[in-house]
Every structure is written in C-alpha cells, then in structure tokens.
Ligand binder design. Structure first.
Ligand SMILES: Cc1cc2nc3c(=O)[nH]c(=O)nc-3n(C[C@H](O)[C@H](O)[C@H](O)COP(=O)(O)OP(=O)(O)OC[C@H]3O[C@@H](n4cnc5c(N)ncnc54)[C@H](O)[C@@H]3O)c2cc1C
Length: 437
C-alpha cells in the first residue's frame, strides 16, 4: 500500500499499486486484482478521477513502447503509458505533431483519451479523441475490445472521455498533423474586458489554429468591468532551422504550510503579470514547448498551494450565454477575493465531442485554480455551480473533486447510455461520488 494523491493534493490515501508493465500479463493482473481498481497514468488530473482510496491503482507508465510510426501518413501506434512529450520529441523532427495537447505534455496517451483532453486548438481540431483511429481496450474479465470511430463506434464513444471506467486502454493509434518544425508564429494582445476578448476570439477563429487567454480574475471586483487579460494566438510556422531554447527545469523546492497564493500575493502578481505582458505584446516566433506548456518548466508547482492543496474549477457554458455567465462567475470570484494566477479563458469550436462523457461542448470555458480554504471555497463553488447550471453548462471531471451528482447528471445527458459500457471490476473515488459504484 502506498499513499497517493492527484495533482490538486487535496487528499492522500493509501492505495494498492499494481504496475502494468508487460502487455502479455495485463489480462491476468486485471482478472486477479484483489479489489476493484482504476488505471493511473501520470496523476495529472486535479481531483479524484484517478484515485481509488483503499483500492487498487493499475499504474500504466510502464506501458511506454512505441509500436509503429508511418512517416508518410503520420499514423502512430503506441502503448497507452507513452507520454505526449515523448511522442512530440520523436515525431516533430519528422514533420508531425499531435494536433491536440493539454497545457502540460506530461500526461499519458491513456489519460488523454480517458479525459478526452482539449488544448488551444479546439476550434480547429476538436479534442484528443478526434484524432484517435483505434483503441485496444482490456476489460477486467479478460475481453479485448478493439474500437475506433468506424469499428465498434459505441465502445469508442464510451471509452473516449470515459474516465477510465470502461476498461484499461492498452494501446492506441493516433493520426498526427503535419508541421514544418517546432516553431510557431505567435501574437500576444492585451484586452481590457470581456467584450474585447470575444471580439478577439471571433476574429482569430479562422486564421489562427491556437488561441487562449489569461484572465485577471480580480479585475471584476467592486462592480467594475470583469475580465481584462492577455490573448495569445499562434500558428505553426516554417522558419527553417533555429537553435532550440535551452530547457531550464526547476523544481518547487518545498511545500509551504500555507498557500503562497493568497489575497496579499494575488493582486500584485496579476497587476505585474498583466503589465509585463502588455509591455511585451506583439509578434514573436516561439518554440512549441514554451508556447504550449509554460508550466512544465517548474516541476511540482502544485506544492505552492500549501499542505491543504487546491481545486481547479473548469466550466463550459454555451456561447449564447457565455459572456453573461463568464461575467457573473468573474464577479463572484473577484468578490470572494480568492482565485489564482492561473485563470484561463477560451472558446470551444462548434463541434460535437467524440465521447459520451467528453467535456468540450460548443461554448466558452473558464478554468481557475483555488487554494483550498475549506467551507469558504465550497460556498463560492456553490454560487459558481448555480451560474453554470442556469446557463446549461457543465464542469470538467478531470479537474473536479466536489461537484454534486445532480450537476454531473444535468451536464452530461448521455450518462445513462454510458453506464451500459462500464466495467464492473473498475471503480474510482469519482465514480463512487458521482455514479454510485
Ligand atoms: C498543468 C496542467 C495543465 C492541464 N491542462 C489541461 C488542458 O489544457 N486541457 C485538458 O483537457 N486537461 C488539462 N489538464 C488535465 C490533464 O490533461 C488530464 O487530467 C489528463 O487526463 C491527465 O493524464 P494522466 O496521464 O496524468 O492521467 P491520470 O490523471 O493518471 O488519469 C486520468 C484518467 O485517465 C484514466 N486513465 C489513465 N490511463 C488510462 C488507461 N491506460 N486506460 C484507461 N484509463 C486510463 C484514469 O483512470 C483517470 O480516469 C492539465 C493538467 C495539468 C496538471
């Protein structure tokens, strides 16, 4: 038994760990598991989707082999524990990149499928599952299911975004996107309020493949206009050979007893960050790693929220009500004085998601970190939930540790259909909290 927590460090409970390193032994390890288990990739989910206190975690990072890569078509087959970082480092020199990656590349292929992760390119490329051609899924009764968008599509739709609950993904085939190299032509633009954000996002949707905004979550307090921030957009560019930036990996050296993110630090940080970015605004050629994954440079940055850990609250609401709902949420957050430097605003494209429980839906997504201040934080979340529910939106299970069953059911109308595909030998803290077992 070992104590394991997820990225939010909200809890630390003992788990029985079973490493799935050898594909030939997975069937017997799953069948003979002493208790129900759940796959655990890099544990980069913030809440309890990858946790199973007192139960089993099947560790997948040992499934780290590349199986095939066709340089002429960009089709890659690999085991499910391969990291997105390692795919990119292998394939970009050959002219292929993952079309969709989240804000960290330190996640596994299995984790990216099970949460159907999204990135800055959603309006162009959809979510991770949109680029999966085949999944090999192993059930705890030993059955192997090969599925894809065109073969056994119902199993595919249940497994993409299926929160690890339909079986263990052992292998996947991914279609990559052509690129000239690792560089992007980028532009950074400050905006004064949400009106300007929506104008920028609309103007960028056709011409820019990657868009995202940082938002100053305290700027909407005192009845002021919510939502000044920094808009970033980028396109892959052919700029020939350039020296790659030196990797400067740092590690958060200690876990402070109290969160370093607090009322005192937040305001000066946000003002400084906004003004610095505003001053440096404009065009720049950037390497894909600092552009897509700036947080990966500081390892274990999650410890800065102190020993009580932190939540991330990520919602998506339909575009028609997106501005009002976002404004209302930002007002509540500014009034609470909580929130963090990490506040991200983005629009999702107008496309249906590939999975029954995929999070992305057409609309506006807002993601913010909150230090865990117990009841006070939960009271703020209850007010945000009411806004999301009224707007017919949903929360992202990959980031969640506390939403109610009612909110989950309301946000995910395909949940009853999904339940037909669950594996009875699999259970997680999230499934018990939101689905009963
Ligand atoms: C800094 C940071 C930025 C992030 N940015 C984004 C973002 O922009 N967009 C976004 O969508 N997400 C984002 N995330 C969340 C992250 O991408 C997801 O939580 C991702 O699923 C984590 O992958 P993992 O390998 O760590 O999986 P884990 O967190 O270990 O597990 C996640 C889920 O996948 C399941 N799973 C893992 N492996 C398998 C397998 N082989 N078979 C079946 N199920 C499996 C687990 O059971 C669990 O349900 C971010 C996270 C961090 C820490």
């Amino acid at each position: 038994m070992r104590t394991i927590s997820s990225w939010g460090r909200l809890s630390a409970f003992p788990h029985q760990l079973i490493a799935l390193n050898d594909p030939a032994r997975i069937a017997s390890l799953l069948r003979d598991s002493p208790k129900p288990g759940i796959a655990y990739g890099m544990g980069r989910s913030y809440g309890d989707v990858c946790l199973n206190p007192e139960g089993v975690l099947w560790l997948t990072t040992g499934l780290d082999h590349f199986i095939a890569f066709d340089e002429s078509t960009g089709r890659l087959t690999c085991e499910a524990g391969v990291l997105l970082r390692d795919i990119q480092r292998l394939t970009i020199p050959h002219g292929w990149i993952l079309p969709v990656t989240p804000g960290t590349q330190l996640v596994t292929v299995g984790g990216a499928i099970a949460n159907d992760v999204h990135g800055k390119s959603h309006h162009v490329s959809g979510s991770f599952g949109d680029h999966i051609e085949r999944i090999r899924l192993m059930r705890t009764d030993g059955e192997i299911i090969e599925c894809g968008p065109h073969s056994r599509p119902d199993w595919f739709a249940a497994t993409v975004g299926g929160l690890g609950l339909t079986g263990v993904i052992v292998e996947a085939e991914i279609q990559l996107r052509r690129v000239a190299g690792p560089w992007l032509d980028t532009e950074t633009l400050p905006f004064a309020d949400l009106d300007e954000f929506f104008r920028l996002t609309d103007d960028s949707e056709t011409a820019w493949e990657h868009t995202v905004a940082w938002i100053d979550c305290i700027s909407g307090g005192m009845g002021g206009k919510a939502g000044r921030g920094i808009f970033m957009r980028g396109n892959h560019a052919d700029v020939g050979q350039r020296p790659e930036p030196k990797a400067r990996q740092r590690t958060m050296p200690f876990t402070p007893p109290l969160s370093l993110v607090n009322r005192l630090s937040l305001r000066p940080f946000n003002i400084t960050y906004y003004n610095l970015k505003k001053w440096r605004a404009g065009r720049a050629i950037l390497h894909y790693e600092p552009f897509f994954y700036p947080l990966d440079n500081l390892q274990e940055w999650n410890r800065m929220y102190g020993s009580r850990g932190f939540f991330q609250y990520q919602s998506v609401v339909p575009r028609e009500v997106g501005q009002d709902a976002t404004q209302a949420m930002l007002r509540e957050i500014a009034r609470s004085g909580d929130g963090s430097f990490l506040a991200v605003l983005k629009t999702f494209g107008n496309r249906q998601p590939p999975g029954m429980l995929s999070f992305p839906q057409p609309g506006v997504t807002l993601a913010l970190d909150f230090p865990n201040h117990g009841d006070k934080t939960h009271r703020l979340f209850a007010r945000l939930d009411a806004i999301v529910r009224a707007a017919k939106g949903r929360l992202y299970p990959a980031k969640d540790a506390r939403m109610s069953r009612a909110l989950f059911a309301a946000g995910y109308p395909r949940l009853p259909e999904f339940l037909n595909y669950r594996d009875a030998g699999i259970s997680s803290e999230l499934s018990r909290r939101l689905i009963e077992n």
